[in-house]
Design a binder for this molecule. Structure first.
Ligand code: RB5
Length: 149
């Protein structure tokens, strides 16, 4: 599975640790930046290119990290085709994929530690969309709204 990852300064340190861990675990990871720790950088500059890569299929799933994870999720969800959510618990990390086809997980670099982040990401990566009738019906309603904009 090809993964994309991005972070601003609030998530930079966690991103570097997660990237190293994912690569050592055998995943292909494309890093959309930030490539240096710059306290003046802005999360949309990294999260939006990542979200676009997830939307166009260049990356199968994305991981976006800012300080809280809030800005990253707001920015990612502006990209058509992206279903992003800020996740802080293991249940939502897999259920968000299974029921809602979440394709981009957002984390708070100032909220979660490395080990919890690893657990959340692993639950996200391993999960598959169930695609039952009720799931598709709900997502169709979301897609319809997205297309009407
Ligand atoms: C940056 O200081 C911080 O505001 C940002 O990383 C993020 O938490 C926004 O949601």
């Amino acid at each position: 599975m090809k993964l994309g990852i991005a972070a601003d300064h609030g998530g930079y340190v966690l991103k570097e640790a997660i990237k190293q861990w994912l690569t050592a675990s055998g995943y292909e990871v494309k890093d959309f930046g930030a490539h240096v720790l710059d306290n003046a950088d802005d999360y949309p500059d990294f999260v939006v290119p990542l979200a676009q890569a997830v939307a166009d299929g260049t990356c199968e799933r994305g991981i976006a990290i800012c300080g809280s994870g809030v800005g990253a999720s707001i920015a990612a969800n502006k990209v058509v085709g992206v279903r992003a959510a800020l996740v802080v618990d293991g249940f939502s990390a897999h259920q968000g994929v299974e029921d809602d086809d979440m394709n981009l997980i957002c984390l708070g670099g100032r909220v979660v530690g490395n080990k919890l982040a690893e657990e959340l990401i692993m639950a996200f990566i391993k999960a598959n969309y169930i695609g039952g009738e009720r799931h598709r019906r709900r997502l169709d309603k979301v897609s319809k709204l997205e297309r009407s904009r």
